[in-house]
Design a protein around this ligand. Structure first.
Ligand code: ADP
Ligand code: ZN
Length: 684
């Protein structure tokens, strides 16, 4: 018999369940099994010899199977992030509903060409073009086959993703001494070891990954490379495809299901031995992984915001350990957690020998315009600039001049943001939108004030200067195209949200501007300092990469904030020292584990009451070194009231187990029905 996990999202239907073993049963085999009144997909998680239950047989076997080590990883992930094995397994499956594509493959019969008498001219041309796959001219192929001139068979064709950036083949540059030392340390590291590649922006980290990957491939090992968002960082993908060609598989959310299926299968069959992709690529079905790279390891996109709320950096570490692979995480602004736990390799200088661009902090406390006059002048004088403003839309919110009404989301307790190009005001949390109001529905007043400014408005203002303006934010569909256009332009201004600060490598940018450096500092979150430091440093890293040099202006209302002062001096060591001290004093990660539970309910008061009950149960079960904070009311989201409980613990595993037990017990209690729970270990 076999034990299986049915792939369902319900927490209560937790496996394993016993079934008769199908032929050739093994861990990772995918099945369809009768379950209640339905047939559901399932994965075999264990082989057993006996069972007390009366067993039913699976309906059928589904190809391809999952590798066994991914099944193990799923169980670990479910535990670590307080989820279920079924939800964890669903992350690892190939795209649902996709299958291999086949087409007709035609090749000439030996000697056919010389015997090709009485062929029409198109037929002769067709015959001359064999062998090849055929699509539209199937009938013509069949006619050639009928005359004994070609052999036609059905074969699997690979759907080659068009969206995957292909780089021009570049030579392998001569490594700098620092790069060489880093490569030596990585390739010399024993399996299971972790290294943090802490290199300033432009220090050539990618080249180090490429060489380490080369080494791994030469020793028969596979390589997983995680990148923040492929749409925004096509350069790193292009460099891998240029260097390694078809052995690179790219798993990319913008690929069609068919393309993703084909890439998945190439990895599963071992045809591709390097997998580059965003966080989900950590589940690549690859055997004998020898190297796992997490590029830009500080990037928030590594955290998955749906259940299971896993952190790809944590999973990468586990995967590397499990496979006996070396884990390399790299960044110019590594997280305090990584600096605390992982041995560091440094790349202290830019490859081209350029100094870091000077950063000037501009005090905006007495400024009356969005852009300081000096910023304005610098923008007029520069060739190419990148301008960061971390707010989308035209203006942040609207109020009625007459009665003071503010436009808010009917389902969330937040204001609506004006998007002028779409003529709507929109909720950035749930997507609700309505037309731009012409008059106030309460007092019929027609004077409506716009407050604050976002990227859309800033781009419009900047365009008035006559410079070509390129806008990049989540409202712009073709981000990669905007970046390419900006890269190719002789001059211009790239303006946008934090997306403009990702690892782009434009050698001719001579000015970087942070318009409101405090927008991340104002967040009521212990990571506010870390985020602000990273954002300013990363933006600064985009400037002055070429011979022309460059400079950076940081506008802020808090010129004395540590994160801003250290970023202006490019002093990540001092920042990290101060930040780790602060975290130690306040018992924040890495000196404690945080677990957040959010209760949500439609009924008034229900979420808070359930959260309160949870606080009681957690406190009753908590050992020494565990603090339970809350319940605290959160803003209403999508029509649901929410309340959160925060657990701060010295030891991770017992705390996760405690929370899981309490959530399961409370979720099963009918008093709390209608309340939903979201558990977030290491919330971001
Ligand atoms: P980082 O990721 O550390 O910011 P990159 O990997 O983007 O830096 O490298 C910056 C630039 O330097 C890239 O254009 C890269 O091709 C180039 N580069 C990297 N290593 C070398 C080297 N050893 N010699 C010359 N150019 C290099
Ligand atoms: Zn909303």
């Amino acid at each position: 018999m076999v034990q299986v996990e049915p792939i369902t999202t319900a927490r209560v239907l937790r496996g394993p369940f016993d079934y008769l073993a199908p032929e050739g049963a093994r861990v990772g085999m995918r099945l369809v099994v009768p379950f209640g009144h339905r047939d559901v997909p399932a994965v075999v998680t264990a082989l057993m010899s006996t069972s007390e239950h009366a067993l039913s047989a699976p309906r059928r076997i589904v190809e391809p199977s999952l590798p066994q080590d991914l099944v193990e990883l799923a169980f670990w992930l479910a535990d670590e992030y307080c989820s279920t094995p079924a939800r964890a397994l669903s992350l690892m499956l190939p795209p649902a509903g996709a299958r291999a594509k086949t087409a007709l493959w035609a090749e000439p019969v030996a000697g056919a060409v010389s015997e090709a008498t009485r062929l029409t001219e198109p037929q002769r041309a067709l015959l001359g073009s064999l062998p090849r796959f055929t699509g539209a001219d199937t009938a013509a192929m069949r006619r050639l086959e009928g005359r004994g001139l070609a052999r036609v068979s059905r074969r699997v064709v690979r759907r080659v993703p068009l969206q995957v950036p292909v780089g021009a083949v570049r030579e392998r540059p001569q490594l700098t001494a620092d790069q060489q030392a880093a490569v030596d340390q990585i390739v010399g590291a024993p399996g299971g070891e972790r290294l943090l590649l802490h290199g300033v922006t432009g220090s050539g980290k990618t080249e180090v990954y490429l060489r380490a990957a080369e080494h791994a491939l030469a020793h028969g090992s596979g390589v997983i490379v995680l990148v923040p968002e492929i749409g925004l960082t096509p350069q790193i993908v292009a460099r891998f495809t240029a260097r390694f060609g078809d052995t690179v598989a790219v798993l990319h959310s913008q690929l069609g299901a068919g393309e993703r299926f084909d890439e998945w299968m190439r990895l599963r069959r071992g045809e591709a031995r390097i997998c580059v992709g965003p966080r989900s690529a950590v589940f690549a079905p690859m055997a004998d992984v020898g190297l796992v790279v997490v590029d830009e390891e500080h990037d928030a996109s590594y955290k998955h915001e749906g259940d299971p709320r896993y952190d790809a950096r944590g999973v990468a570490q586990r995967r590397a350990q499990q496979a006996g692979a070396v884990l390399v995480v790299g960044s110019a602004t590594p997280r305090p957690e990584s600096v605390h736990a992982i041995p560091r390799v440094r790349l202290p200088a830019r490859v081209d020998g350029q100094v870091m661009p000077p950063v000037r902090v501009i005090d905006m406390r007495s400024a009356s315009h969005v852009l300081h006059p000096d910023t304005h002048d610098a923008l007029m004088a520069c060739r190419k600039a990148i301008v960061l403003l971390n707010r989308r839309g035209w203006s942040n919110f609207l109020t009625c001049h007459t009665c003071g009404r503010a436009w808010g989301c009917p389902d969330c307790d937040v204001t609506l943001v004006l998007h002028r190009d779409r003529a709507t005001v929109a909720c950035h949390h749930c997507g609700y939108r309505e037309p731009v109001p012409r008059r106030c529905p309460d007092c019929r007043g027609v004077s409506i004030a716009r407050h604050g400014i976002g990227t859309e408005r800033l781009a419009d203002d900047l365009a008035a200067t006559g410079a070509p303006v390129f806008r990049l934010d989540a409202d712009v569909a073709a981000g990669a195209r905007v970046l390419a256009a900006f890269g190719a332009a002789p001059r211009g201004i790239l303006v946008g949200t934090q997306m403009v600060a990702k690892g782009h490598d434009f050698p001719d940018v001579d000015l970087g501007v942070v318009v409101d450096a405090d927008s991340t500092l104002r967040f009521p979150d212990f990571r506010a300092q870390e985020r602000t430091f990273a954002l300013v440093t990363q933006l600064a890293g985009r400037a002055g990469r070429g011979r022309a040099g460059g400079r950076v202006l940081v506008q802020t209302m808090a010129p004395d904030a540590e994160a801003i002062r250290y970023a202006a001096r490019h002093d990540s060591d001092a920042f990290l020292r101060a930040e780790l001290e602060r975290r130690r004093a306040l018992r924040y990660p890495p000196f404690a584990t945080l677990i957040r539970v959010v209760c949500g309910a439609e009924a008034a008061g229900a979420a808070f009451a359930t959260a309160a009950a949870m606080v009681g149960a957690l406190r009753a079960g908590a050992g020494a070194g565990v603090r339970v904070l809350g319940p605290a009311t959160l803003f209403r989201l999508r029509g649901r009231e929410r309340a959160q409980v925060l657990v701060k613990a010295g030891e991770r595993s017992p705390a996760v187990a405690l929370v899981r037990g309490v959530v399961d017990a409370i979720a099963a209690d009918r008093i709390h029905r209608g309340v939903t729970f979201s558990v977030d270990v290491d919330p971001q």
